[in-house]
Design a protein around this ligand. Structure first.
Ligand SMILES: C[S@@+](CC[C@H](N)C(=O)[O-])C[C@H]1O[C@@H](n2cnc3c(N)ncnc32)[C@H](O)[C@@H]1O
Length: 245
């Protein structure tokens, strides 16, 4: 993404987008899961379920969950796909701490390992994973192409990329109604419940600046991904993108 288009959570500081994003998720981690359920009326759970159901057709044995956060996508993948191994990576230690507690509680710690790290500089060897996935993560990258390029590198040849991300609804009247909710209502509830002034305003702004639909698949193709496709969810509030290495 160009410098001009870059949206950061706390814009009036000299800290990099990555530093700001890490700080923001460390701060809102205790409230994150609950706010997801409240703000999406529980639909975020169904979006992850749908994405994993689609990915399960590929039957990947090794999965990297980028920007795993509190590990909801990794947990759903472990439950449905039953792979040999899932690595969940995130830059926020506080998000991972909550994810780890959930994984242990569900007895999935033999399958899922959470690791602290940066998706834009992956420590894994080239061609390590059958599938690489991310839910609501890539929008937060400081350098989108670098992150997606790293995800491509660590995929095995023939491996699958799955990205679940917000998009901008295009149809009247949902576009207008959703915009009112997303721009004016959600940031107020988010501010009260997360105790962070900016986090849920950043959510709206980052979605507006993010390349969606064909704009996103063209970036994937430019980076070398093939067989790109996307499925629109909830009339365009969200998309599931698929691509192959
Ligand atoms: C909106 S949360 C999504 C969490 C989870 N995937 C889900 O479905 O709920 C975004 C996550 O991306 C992480 N993140 C942002 N930039 C990252 C980066 N460069 N490397 C690793 N994680 C990153 C944040 O720390 C945060 O946990």
């Amino acid at each position: 993404m160009s410098e001009k288009a870059q949206v950061t959570p706390y814009s009036a500081t000299e800290v990099s987008k990555k530093g700001q994003v890490t700080h923001m998720f460390d701060k809102i981690a205790p409230y994150y899961d609950n706010l997801n359920r409240v703000l999406s009326l529980g639909i975020d759970v169904l979006w992850r379920k749908k994405a994993i159901k689609m990915l399960s057709k590929e039957a990947p044995k090794t999965i990297l969950d980028i920007a795993t956060g509190t590990a909801d996508l990794a947990i759903e993948a472990a439950r449905v796909i039953r792979p040999e191994r899932i690595v969940g990576l995130d830059i926020s230690a506080n998000m991972l701490k909550i994810g780890d507690e959930k994984i242990i509680k569900k007895g999935l710690d033999k399958i899922i390992q959470l690791e602290l790290g940066d998706s834009e500089n992956l420590k894994y060897q080239t061609g390590s994973f059958d599938a690489v996935m991310a839910a609501f993560g890539v929008r937060n990258f400081e350098n989108l192409e670098k992150g997606l390029g790293e995800m491509f590198r660590v995929l095995k040849p023939g491996g699958t990329l799955m990205v679940l991300e917000f998009s901008k609804p295009r149809l009247f009247p949902l576009k207008q109604l959703f915009n009112i909710y997303f721009k004016y209502v959600l940031p107020v509830i988010g501010k009260i419940r997360s105790k962070d002034e900016k986090a849920y305003q950043y959510l709206y702004e980052s979605v507006q600046a993010f390349p969606d639909y064909e704009d996103f698949t063209s970036i994937l193709e430019k980076l070398g991904y093939t067989r790109t496709s996307y499925k629109v969810l909830s009339a365009g509030i969200c998309c599931i993108y698929f691509a192959k290495k």
